[in-house]
Design a protein around this ligand. Structure first.
Ligand SMILES: Nc1ncnc2c1ncn2[C@@H]1O[C@H](COP(=O)(O)OP(=O)(O)OP(=O)(O)O)[C@@H](O)[C@H]1O
Ligand SMILES: [Mg+2]
Length: 330
């Protein structure tokens, strides 16, 4: 589907991605674990949703489900009004032109025996067609757009590029098929600290220029806030809290979000919170209640018995908690 067609179906600031009650389970020791448990959210066209949470909370699994690298166990996913929950074959190939992934490790996602230009020539030719001169011109345009010099880089191999250049190439390759939606899974965490900001800035510019929607997966609340219009906090496969980025960082209500913010270097003025125990959450299918309850200072009997419903605590600010804690003055 062309960008023009997507524009018609999903106007700017209207939902492009809609996920409802998504569940994913994996087998473990003759049993199942629930990596993603009834997760619902939307991403508007031209919007970045940052997905934060600690290791193992299910962030990558959600990204892989959305790109249909994985098939969900339950729930529904639609992109540009197309149900993609179980798409296969030709429909899946066509969907992959609309949705692309940027991985954490650019080296692993590139082919070591292919030059920079051959990473781009094939998708450009397949997607846009045209004469070789036109294709070459698009390749140059893409490289220039992501901050790589075509003359200097076209004939290089991935190992001859720096980490930041490799990630820029991976971004150019994703853009080659003119997607509407990108999942960026920790795209800067493996890069040198000094070049992270540049790559994040590039993604921000691309978002604005092409009205791209992103699911931005990260551990890092500072970059989640910088790049994300909204932030969604995940714990043990469940959404704990979501709000506009600034609102979530300034006025966190959920005890887990407060803990996450207190543990984040970077001057978030949230009191440092103790926790009851610090053990990995129970992901078993038979678990009940809120997965954060064993760690939560405010948990009561009902937290262990039932998962709280999501409530809108202020406009656009949602939490799933029986004991929301008034945000401290920041
Ligand atoms: N293919 C798989 N088979 C079995 N279990 C899996 C598989 N993929 C993920 N899991 C499990 O699902 C849970 C969520 O994993 P996931 O990789 O989505 O977490 P994450 O939030 O991306 O973590 P990280 O921050 O470390 O990347 C983990 O317990 C993980 O072990
Ligand atoms: Mg991950």
């Amino acid at each position: 589907m062309s960008s023009k067609a997507i524009e018609k179906i999903s106007p700017l600031n209207q939902p492009l991605v809609e996920v409802k009650d998504l569940v994913m389970r994996f087998p473990l020791h003759k049993d199942w674990i629930r990596a993603v448990d009834k997760v619902s959210f939307h991403i508007d066209r031209g919007e970045v949703l940052s997905l934060v949470g600690e290791s193992g909370s299910g962030k990558t699994t959600i990204g892989r489900l959305l790109l249909r690298i994985l098939e969900p166990y339950r729930g529904t996913m639609s992109v540009a009004n197309h149900d993609i929950t179980h798409i296969r074959g030709k429909n899946l190939v066509s969907y992959r032109r609309m949705a692309q992934m940027i991985f954490q490790d650019p080296f692993a996602s590139l082919n070591p025996v292919k030059t920079v230009e051959s990473h781009l020539l094939f998708p450009v030719k397949k997607h846009r067609g045209g004469h070789i001169q036109q294709i070459n011109a698009v390749v140059d345009e893409l490289l220039t757009r992501v901050g790589l010099s075509p003359q200097e880089t076209r004939r290089k191999y991935p190992h001859e590029l720096s980490g930041g250049q490799r990630q820029r190439l991976a971004i150019a390759r994703a853009l080659a098929v003119e997607p509407a939606f990108l999942v960026a899974d920790e795209p800067i965490s493996m890069l040198d600290v000094s070049i992270r900001a540049g790559v994040l800035k590039l993604m921000n510019e691309l978002k604005r220029e092409f009205q791209l929607s992103f699911l931005y997966i990260t551990h890092d609340l500072a970059s989640a806030r910088y790049f994300g219009d909204r932030i969604m906090v995940l714990y043990a496969g469940k959404v704990m809290e979501s709000a506009m980025s600034r609102e979530l960082v300034r006025n966190p209500w959920h005890p887990y979000t407060k803990l996450l913010l207190a543990a984040t270097p970077g001057g978030y003025h949230v009191e440092s919170l103790p926790e009851k125990v610090n053990e990995p959450p129970d992901l078993s299918e038979s678990r009940r209640g809120c997965p954060f309850a064993p760690r939560c200072l405010y948990s009561t009997r009902e937290c262990f018995d039932n998962m709280p419903e999501t409530q809108e605590i202020s406009p656009g600010h949602f939490i799933a908690c029986y004991h929301p804690q008034i945000p401290s003055e920041s």
